[in-house]
Structure formats: structure tokens, C-alpha cells
Design a protein around this ligand. Structure first.
Ligand SMILES: [Zn+2]
Ligand SMILES: [Zn+2]
Length: 340
């Protein structure tokens, strides 16, 4: 009987152990701090260094667990705000937190940017969990039993249900929001708001071959709202129209102006591509170019996304510029030629 009671007490102490105190760090510790503390303590309590010591083995296990939680962004957030019980709920597969709203913005690029690929730095301003209290709003993260509901999270309320009839109903405690715990004192940094304003720079990678309307997603980088999974920051690619090329899928379209003489007698021209390289377009021998006919140059379109060595095609439309007027002599000569 006594062993059972003892075991329960030990379990209780493990459960309520503060992971930050366990690793001898404060709540503001970043990932590098956590790793450093873990390395130091895991050396100290390693079973190889403490043969036969059950206490050291137990401590070693706890340190490992604390390390696992505090170096996982999601787990740490849930632990900070909902404690170990909340975390165990999450680990049983029941993250009952709702996802917060996504933040959306456009990133404007040129066709050249999409041909070559580029990057953009964008800074976003949003609320994040207060680094001092880690989103609890409580000074030093310390809470106490809610005085209104005595830690129950619910209170009884009398409601009128009919003529002269009353009923008692359970309602969520409005002082602690059903948690049963309130702050001992408010965090001085965020004044108990749980969140503070923060600016973050995001590096947006525009991959070669991306298209207008493609999305670049930064998962869980949107506003951090207590008890919610942060939404995503989503950038939508917006391509400005190009003065020479038109894009459809992975193909490019180009209008090439040639003179009537070139259409009849042959031509060779060069088109300056999006990265400056030259693409030759020419007529075959004895070919007469028909108005609005196409020449397709394979492999000179846009790069295919995720397959940079493959390209779409370049479709060149022949725009023949006819002379505006002809004099009598020209007319006679053309007449002679065409009659022949
Ligand atoms: Zn309460
Ligand atoms: Zn705070």
C-alpha cells in the first residue's frame, strides 16, 4: 500500500515538473540554449556515468523528454500554454486547437524573374507569443487556482426556466475561461496580453518556371493567437505583362514583324530572349512566308518548374508589313512578275 502511494507521489512530481527548471534554463531560452543545457545535463546524468543509480537514470529520461518537447516548435507552444496534459492530448493525436487565419499577400514579378528565378525579402509584422511569458500572459509563467470557480473551470448559474421555476446550470467560468487557473500576476512585457508585436523577414524564393497565381507558403508563420495553431503566410505570384513575350503554360508567344520583301525573298532574324541570349528565326530556302503563319522553335519557351533542364516552345507569329502605297512603275513591275 505504501509503495503505491509513494509511486503516485513520484509520478505526480514528474508530471508537474517544470521542463524549463528541469533543464535549468529560463522561458526565453532559444533552441540553441536548450541544446546547450541538454548536452551539459545529459553528460552529467548519463547512465554510463552513474552505473546502478536509478535516480540518475530517471533524471536522464526526464531530461530527454524535456529536450524533445522544447526543441519542437509545436510541442513547445502547446506545453507553454496548456501544460503537459495539453501536450499529451496533442500526442495522442488530438490537437484540438483550431487553425488561425492565413495571411495573404501578392508578390509582383516580371516574366524575366520567372524565367531566371529570383528571391525577394519581405518583412511581415504580426503578433507572436510574448517571449517573456511564452504566451501565458502570466509573470514568470506562474498561475494560481481561479478564485471564482476554485479551479473547477465551471460555475453554477441559476436560470429561470418557466413561471416561478428555476434551474441550476453549469457554465464555463468567465474569470479563467474554463481553465481553472488565473495569473498570479500579469507579465510585465506584454501586460498579460500573451502576445507582442514582432517583425519578421521572410525570404521568398521565386523558382524558375513558376507561373502567375502560384503560391509560396510559409507554414504557421501568420499571427500567433493563444490556443490556436498559427495560420500560414501565403504569397501569390503576380506576373506583370511583358511588352514582347506572352506566356501560355510553358510556351512563349512572340510577334515577329517582317517586310513584304523578306516574306517573299527570305529572311534571317534574331530575337533577344528573356535572359539576353539570341534566338535565330529564319525562312527555309524557297519558302514564302504566309501572313500570320507560325514558326515554332522547340525548347525556347519557359523553363519547366522542377525540371529546369526542360523548356516549353517559342511560337513566333509572322506579321508581314505591307508597303502603304505603290507608284505606277512598281505596279507595272509587280504585274509583270506575277503574270509570268
Ligand atoms: Zn475560474
Ligand atoms: Zn508576456
Amino acid at each position: 500500500m505504501t509503495t503505491v502511494v509513494l509511486l503516485l507521489i513520484v509520478l505526480q512530481s514528474v508530471m508537474s515538473q517544470n521542463l524549463y527548471e528541469l533543464l535549468e534554463i529560463n522561458k526565453e531560452a532559444n533552441e540553441a540554449d536548450v541544446k546547450r543545457a541538454f548536452r551539459k545535463l545529459s553528460l552529467k546524468y548519463h547512465p554510463d556515468k552513474n552505473p546502478g543509480s536509478e535516480e540518475a537514470a530517471d533524471k536522464f529520461k526526464q531530461i530527454n523528454r524535456a529536450y524533445e518537447i522544447l526543441t519542437d516548435k509545436d510541442k513547445r507552444q502547446v506545453y507553454d500554454q496548456q501544460g503537459l496534459e495539453g501536450l499529451e492530448r496533442l500526442e495522442r493525436g488530438g490537437d484540438n486547437r483550431q487553425k488561425g487565419p492565413n495571411a495573404k499577400a501578392e508578390v509582383h514579378v516580371s516574366l524575366e524573374d520567372l524565367y531566371l528565378g529570383t528571391t525577394r525579402d519581405m518583412s511581415i509584422t504580426r503578433n507572436v507569443y510574448c517571449p517573456k511569458c511564452r504566451g501565458t500572459g502570466a509573470k514568470d509563467g506562474k498561475t494560481k487556482q481561479c478564485p471564482k470557480c476554485k479551479g473547477q473551470g465551471i460555475t453554477m448559474q441559476k436560470v429561470q426556466v418557466g413561471f416561478g421555476m428555476q434551474m441550476q446550470m453549469q457554465v464555463q467560468c468567465d474569470q479563467c475561461g474554463g481553465r481553472g487557473q488565473v495569473n498570479q500576476a500579469n507579465c510585465g512585457h506584454c501586460r498579460g496580453r500573451k502576445v507582442v508585436n514582432d517583425v519578421k523577414s521572410l525570404n521568398i524564393v521565386i523558382e524558375k518556371g513558376m507561373k502567375d497565381g502560384d503560391e509560396i507558403v510559409f507554414q504557421k508563420e501568420a499571427e500567433q493567437i493563444p490556443d490556436m495553431i498559427p495560420g500560414d503566410v501565403i504569397f501569390t505570384v503576380k506576373q506583370s505583362s511583358h511588352n514582347r513575350f506572352k506566356r501560355v503554360g510553358d510556351n512563349l508567344f512572340y510577334d515577329l514583324k517582317i517586310s513584304l520583301e523578306e516574306a517573299l525573298l527570305g529572311f534571317s532574324k534574331r530575337i533577344t530572349h528573356l535572359d539576353g541570349h539570341l534566338v535565330e528565326v529564319s525562312s527555309k530556302s524557297d519558302e514564302v512566308i504566309q501572313p500570320f503563319s507560325w514558326k515554332v522553335i522547340t525548347g525556347e519557351g519557359m523553363p519547366k518548374r522542377n525540371m529546369y533542364s526542360e523548356f516549353g516552345d517559342l511560337h513566333v507569329k509572322m506579321i508581314i508589313e505591307f508597303p502603304k502605297t505603290l507608284n505606277e512603275k512598281q505596279k507595272q513591275l509587280i504585274d509583270q512578275i506575277l503574270q509570268a
